[in-house]
Write a protein that binds this ligand. Structure first.
Ligand code: HEC
Ligand code: HEC
Length: 288
C-alpha cells in the first residue's frame, strides 16, 4: 500500500480513519524514545544485579548477592547483640542488686514487661496475675521458691517440659488410679478446705487429716504448707492454681494435675531470661 499524505499539513498519515478523521503518522519525540530505551537498559542491568525472575524453586539471585531478608535478619541479630552487650552487667552482678535498685527499675521495667507480655501473658495473664491452671506470679506464693536464682532456673528448664533438667511436678490421680476410696477422697478434701480456713465439715476433716498424713504430707508437708522440692503447692494459703472450691479440689484428687510450663533456655537469651526474672521480682514488690 502506498503511503498516504494529509492534504492540509502534507504529512504522512497512518492510513487509519475514524468518522472522516485521519491520524497523522507522527513519531514519538526523540527525547521520549531515548528515555524509554534508557529505562529498558537500566531494567535489564538491574535484573542482572539483583534478585529478579522467579524460577521453579526460587528466583534469580543477581550477581550482587543482595537479599532483603538476610539484611533484616542481620539487623535483628545486630539489635540483639547490642542489647545483650548493654545488659552485660546482668550476667556479672547478682540480680538481687538490680531488683533493689529503684532507678534501674524505673528505667527498664516497661521494656522488660514487653518481654513478659510477648512470651508469658498468654498463660500467666497480661499483668502476671495468673488464671485457672496458671499460677499468679505476683502474689509472693511460689511453687519453686521466689529467689532470683530459682525463678531464673524455672524459666530455663520449665516445669514438666521438654528439657533434660526440667522441674517435675505431678499431683497423682488418687481417685482415677483407685489409690483412695471415694469417702477417703471427700474426707481429705474437707481437711484441705480446713487448712485454708474455708467452710468445712469438721468431723470429716478429722478423718481426712489421717488420710492426708499417710498420702499427701510426703509432698505437701505436714501442715500442708508445701515445699520447694517437688512443686507441691501450699494448701494452707489463699493462693490456688486450680481453684479453692470443694469441686476444684475433688477434681484434682480424682484426676491429678501436672501443669506444663515451657523451658525457655532455647527460646530466650540468658539476658532476656534475667530481664524477665527481674520483672517478676518487681511485680512481687509493693513499691521500689
Ligand atoms: C503454655 C503456658 C505457659 C507459658 C507460655 C508460660 N508459663 Fe509459666 N507456668 C505455666 C504453668 C502451667 C505453671 C505451673 C506449673 C505447675 O502447675 O506446676 C507455670 C509456672 C511458672 C513459674 C513458677 C511459679 C512458682 O510458683 O514457682 C514461673 C516463675 C513462671 N511460670 C514464669 C513464666 C514466665 C516468665 C513465662 C514467659 C517467659 C512463662 N512462665 C510462660 C504455664 C506457662
Ligand atoms: C507426689 C507428690 C504429691 C502427692 C503425694 C500429693 N500431691 Fe497434691 N500436688 C502435688 C503437685 C506437684 C501439685 C501441683 C500440680 C500442678 O501444679 O499442676 C499438687 C496440687 C494439689 C492441689 C491443687 C492445689 C491448687 O493450688 O490448686 C491439691 C488440692 C492437692 N494437691 C491436694 C493433695 C492431696 C489432698 C493429696 C493427698 C491425697 C495430695 N495432694 C498428694 C504433688 C503431690
Amino acid at each position: 500500500m502506498r503511503p498516504e499524505f494529509d492534504e492540509i499539513s502534507g504529512k504522512q498519515t497512518t492510513g487509519h480513519e475514524w468518522n472522516g478523521i485521519r491520524e497523522l503518522n507522527t513519531p514519538m519525540p526523540k527525547a521520549f524514545r531515548l528515555w524509554l530505551w534508557a529505562s529498558i537498559a537500566v531494567a535489564a542491568f538491574m535484573w542482572v544485579l539483583y534478585p529478579s525472575f522467579p524460577l521453579v524453586t526460587g528466583a534469580l539471585q543477581g550477581v550482587l548477592g543482595y537479599s532483603a531478608r538476610q539484611n533484616v535478619l542481620a539487623a535483628v541479630a545486630d539489635g540483639i547483640a547490642t542489647r545483650e552487650a548493654s545488659f552485660a552487667a546482668l550476667n556479672e552482678v547478682p540480680l538481687d542488686e538490680f531488683a533493689r535498685d529503684p532507678s534501674f527499675r524505673a528505667n527498664h521495667e516497661e521494656a522488660f514487661s514487653v518481654l513478659f507480655r510477648d512470651n508469658c501473658s498468654a498463660c500467666h495473664g497480661r499483668d502476671a496475675g495468673g488464671q485457672v491452671g496458671f499460677p499468679d506470679l505476683t502474689d509472693g506464693h511460689w511453687l519453686w521458691s521466689g529467689t532470683a536464682e530459682e525463678i531464673e532456673y524455672t524459666l530455663q528448664v520449665g516445669i514438666n517440659a521438654d528439657h533434660d533438667e526440667t522441674r517435675f511436678a505431678q499431683m497423682p490421680a488418687f481417685g482415677r488410679d483407685e489409690w483412695l476410696s471415694q469417702s477417703e477422697l471427700s474426707d481429705v478434701a474437707e481437711y484441705v478446705l480446713s487448712l485454708s480456713g474455708q467452710d468445712h465439715d469438721a468431723d470429716a476433716a478429722q478423718i481426712g487429716a489421717v488420710v492426708f498424713e499417710d498420702n499427701c504430707a510426703s509432698c505437701h508437708n505436714d501442715a500442708g504448707v508445701g515445699g520447694y522440692e517437688n512443686g507441691a503447692p501450699s494448701l494452707a494459703d489463699d493462693a490456688w492454681i486450680y481453684g479453692s472450691s470443694r469441686a476444684a479440689i475433688m477434681y484434682t484428687l480424682e484426676h491429678g494435675r501436672a501443669g506444663g510450663m515451657p523451658a525457655w533456655s532455647d527460646r530466650l537469651t540468658e539476658t532476656e531470661i534475667k530481664q524477665i526474672t527481674l520483672y517478676l521480682l518487681w511485680q512481687g514488690q509493693t513499691d521500689g
